[in-house]
Design a protein around this ligand. Structure first.
Ligand code: MN
Length: 304
């Protein structure tokens, strides 16, 4: 008998179809509610189901992309990876990562056209997916929206910490891979020196959007979005808020540029519903997720 690796979602994402395996030539939503290394304010574990719940109550139409979830090609909601909770964050992360490999490890993401939209969880969960897509696509572009550089080699003793996620991804970088970051406004001096030397930090929104617009239409893109990219005035419900952040319209400009490109996967991490009792952060995050789902959509049928 095989181990159960997924919980069905408490409620299915609006307009999504249920599935228990990644579906080919499709977008696959999956929750990964791991929050073991979060250092300040925990709570991201319940974010995937919080987003699904809000999704049933917001408009399915995006005026920014002129697309409607009701009209776009089907996508699938796989539910949530079962997160081990032994109290040892490192072991718990690796055990859940193993479950992801059981679910998708034998699939050829490129040939089968398997696209993932992952709902965290804390940022460390991105590693499972980014490493896999880097391996799959030797010319992958990793776009990183975040308040934090996440380039530490380890944080508070954790190699796979949410504060070192981009460093862990860089471990898998080959010569054809490229990283561009935007929204970063917090890090160590060493992290800033590294970003300057390697030209990975876009100096402005215009520069970041122009970079996306300049990419060949076929170049595969992975977008990792830590919601603390947004200013805490707009989205206070994250574990490690930083003042001086971006607004929703900056994200609209980015998504409008991505709409015409080849996004192969994305993740949205660090929403912590208990931190914002008003629930506004959950709504904000859910609108962001709606725009992302629609940005995956391709006019030709079954090419999501
Ligand atoms: Mn962050």
């Amino acid at each position: 008998m095989t181990e159960t690796i997924l919980y069905p979602p408490k409620c299915l994402y609006r307009t999504a179809r249920p599935a228990s395996r990644p579906q080919p030539h499709s977008l696959n939503m999956i929750g990964f509610g791991f929050d073991g290394t979060a250092c300040f304010r925990k709570g991201t574990a319940i974010a995937p189901d919080a987003i699904r719940l809000v999704a049933s109550d917001i408009e399915s139409y995006s005026p920014y992309l002129d697309l409607d979830l009701e009209e776009t090609a089907p996508f699938y909601d796989l539910g949530n990876l079962i997160v081990q909770q032994s109290g040892d964050a490192h072991q718990d992360y690796l055990a859940t990562h193993e479950r992801f490999l059981q679910l998708a490890g034998d699939l050829d993401f490129a040939a089968a056209g398997i696209k993932f939209l992952t709902l965290g969880g804390e940022h460390s969960i991105s590693y499972s997916f980014v490493a896999r897509y880097l391996q799959t696509f030797p010319d992958l572009v990793l776009l990183h929206l975040d308040a934090h550089a996440d380039l530490r080699d380890e944080y508070q003793g954790y190699h796979y910490s949410h504060a070192s996620i981009i460093r862990r991804c860089l471990d898998h970088f080959g010569p054809g891979h490229q990283l561009l970051q935007f929204g970063i406004r917090s890090g160590t001096k060493d992290e800033y020196v590294w970003m300057r030397e390697n030209h990975t930090l876009a100096p402005s929104l215009d520069a970041f959007v122009a970079f996306i617009e300049g990419l060949p239409a076929s170049r595969p893109i992975y977008l990792t979005l830590d919601l603390d990219y947004f200013d805490p005035a707009f989205l206070p419900g994250t574990g490690t808020p930083e003042p001086g952040g971006q607004d929703f319209f900056s994200f609209v400009r980015i998504i409008q540029a991505l709409r015409h490109k080849n996004m192969v996967a994305a993740d949205v991490v660090e929403l912590s519903p208990p931190v914002d009792a008003s629930g506004n952060s959950d709504v904000f995050a859910t609108k962001v997720v709606r725009e992302l789902i629609l940005a995956f959509y391709r006019e030709a049928k079954n090419e999501r």
